[in-house]
Design a protein around this ligand. Sequence first.
Ligand code: FES
Length: 114
Amino acid sequence: MSKEFLRVCTVDEIEERKGFRFIIDDVTDIALFKVDGIIYAVDNVCPHNHTPKMHLGYIEDEHVLCPVHFFKFSLKTGKLTGEAGCTLPVYEVKIEGNEVFVEKPDNKFFNFDF
Ligand code: FES
């Protein structure tokens, strides 16, 4: 089954190292970040405490720090830095011209493995 992608914005609308929030539906809330010109899409809801504030997170290299308790997640894999723990869902991004498309999540999931 091929992935479905949704157009979310233009490349120019996303500022370097600043979060951009895109709400797809009642349960899917995505945060986009541009780091060194590369756009990443992650779930806006932090898996640690279900806080929908990842778009307000801080960028450090290719990681985003949740603004609530500063857990540090990879923008590429969603993995938490340090000890094993929760994983932030990440979504594939496609750029076509100046348009940004994000993989439509199949369903909402959380990992409570910490
Ligand atoms: S809610 Fe994000 S680190 Fe705690």
